[in-house]
Design a protein around this ligand. Structure first.
Ligand SMILES: [Fe+2]
Length: 453
């Protein structure tokens, strides 16, 4: 990849874009060269030699330009990690570098605009990890490997009847009616049994059943750091959308941030519960941002925003969306980066100016480790569409006057994904779902009075 990290742009230097975005046209098995997506392209994009809309560098740094041969070689290398039997183009993403602090400077605003443009065109951005984040990711990845190597019974004991945190065995999660092969440890807000929301039996609220401190400490150090990154990205997105500061970040006070620590088995070593080669089926995620790090194995596919593909996952599940269709892009592993895709609430907030990113996971020939951090609104937040900025777009028909209650959307997703989990059964048995319509669950920063039952 180093020979692709060749082009800096604008006087913003390293804070804007440090590598060039290209789509690979290299022959990679069943490489798919689909048609363009029909979406109007943002400034800085045009059509490449293969007939694909493609982003062009604004200013070239002549001392760092790689040769054509270097670039083709690098594209081939990146595409080589694509799981077998999948049909996709290989995405070559720009890497953004975030400033240490967001001040609202001209460069922050330009960076925000570049991020929004890239999401609107690519559906995904790539961000350089800081040196600290590289260490935290490596420590968390090591903890993940240690956990997933534990005996099955020990892992299976890490469940909680009130929260959806804890262990999910390969084949337990369901996407669009088919079992996923991902093996997962989910981290939600870790609330003890005396916490008022837990005592009041709010859906999904409860402890995180950590296996041990060797798992908990490195995970929480990494996750806490990603929380800071998520806030920075939202602040930059506000500049890029042309909306007032706080328009997005007002929702993340006491955000329902959570994390999925994932292991994917090799495709030839599954338990047979799912579909051959399929790690996770096509879906969109439910909140604001998904910040992810992957190891060097490869397996993530996304769809770009397209005018001819509409979905509103908060109304009707988008699971299974175009799973077997053409038009997927493979996101190859690149060392030292996070990828950031968008969730349903960003789509809802921006009236479809930004759209949630459909994605799916393929199994590769080796086991694969990923950590995905979800930067989310408060569980209590009622999200309302923005009626400023966002290219002047206004409320779309699928938005409603009442807005979307994030806690209900989250609960619906988890009940749908884990129909047989003890948490779903208890939630239904105790009629906790009905609590989601209570005013105290729809007003941010309101804590319930403890219940003594
Ligand atoms: Fe996802």
């Amino acid at each position: 990849m180093s020979c692709l990290a060749t082009r800096s742009v604008l006087p913003l230097g390293r804070r804007l874009i440090t590598s060039r975005a290209r789509l690979s046209t290299a022959a990679l098995g069943s490489l798919d060269i689909g048609s363009g997506n029909g979406m109007s392209m943002p400034p800085g994009f045009n059509i490449d030699v293969a007939g694909q809309p493609n982003k062009q560098p604004r200013i070239q740094s002549s001392s760092k330009i790689a040769t054509v041969a270097d670039k083709i070689h690098a594209r081939d290398d990146l595409g080589k990690t694509m799981p077998p039997s999948f049909k996709a183009q290989v995405a070559h993403l720009d890497t953004f570098e975030l400033p240490e602090k967001i001040t609202g400077s001209a460069s922050d605003r330009a960076l925000g605009k570049a991020i929004i443009d890239t999401w609107r065109y690519e559906g995904i951005i790539q961000i350089a990890q800081s040196d600290l984040q590289k260490k935290l990711w490596n420590d968390a990845k090591a903890a993940s490997k240690r956990f997933f190597r534990k005996p099955a019974a020990e892992k299976a004991a890490c469940v909680d009847s009130q929260s959806y945190a804890g262990y999910i065995a390969s084949g337990e999660e369901v996407t669009d009616g088919i079992a996923d092969y991902s093996e997962i440890f989910t981290i939600t807000k870790d609330l003890d049994l005396e916490e008022p929301r837990v005592r009041a039996k709010w859906p999904c609220h409860g402890p995180c059943p950590w296996p041990d401190v060797e798992m908990k400490e490195p995970m929480m150090r990494y996750v806490d750091n990603l929380g800071l990154e998520g806030e920075k990205i939202l602040q930059l997105a506000e500049f890029g959308l042309g909306v007032a500061p706080g328009t997005l970040t007002q929702y993340t006070r006491d955000g329902w941030h959570h994390t999925r620590v994932l292991r994917f088995p090799p495709r030839n070593a599954t338990n047979g519960k799912g579909k051959e080669g399929r790690g996770i089926g096509s879906h969109t995620d439910y909140g604001l941002l998904v910040i992810a790090a992957q190891d060097d194995v490869g397996g993530l596919f996304i769809r770009r925003p397209r005018d001819d593909e509409k979905f509103a996952n908060w109304q009707k599940s988008a699971a299974g969306h175009k799973e077997d269709a053409d038009g997927w892009f493979y996101i190859p592993p690149v060392e030292g980066v996070h990828t950031v895709i968008l969730g349903d609430m960003m789509q809802y907030l921006t009236n479809n100016y930004l759209t949630a990113t459909p994605h799916k996971v393929g199994l590769n020939t080796r086991e694969r480790f990923v950590i995905a951090y979800f930067h989310e609104p408060s569980f209590q937040a009622v999200i309302k569409p923005i009626n400023e900025g966002c290219g002047g777009m206004r409320t779309a028909p699928e938005q409603t006057e009442e807005g979307v209650h994030y806690g209900t959307h989250f609960t619906n997703m988890f009940m749908r994904n884990y129909p047989d989990r003890i948490t779903t059964k208890r939630l239904l048995a105790e009629n906790r779902y009905a609590k989601l319509s209570k005013p105290e669950l729809r007003t941010m920063d309101v804590m319930p009075a403890p219940q003594l039952d």
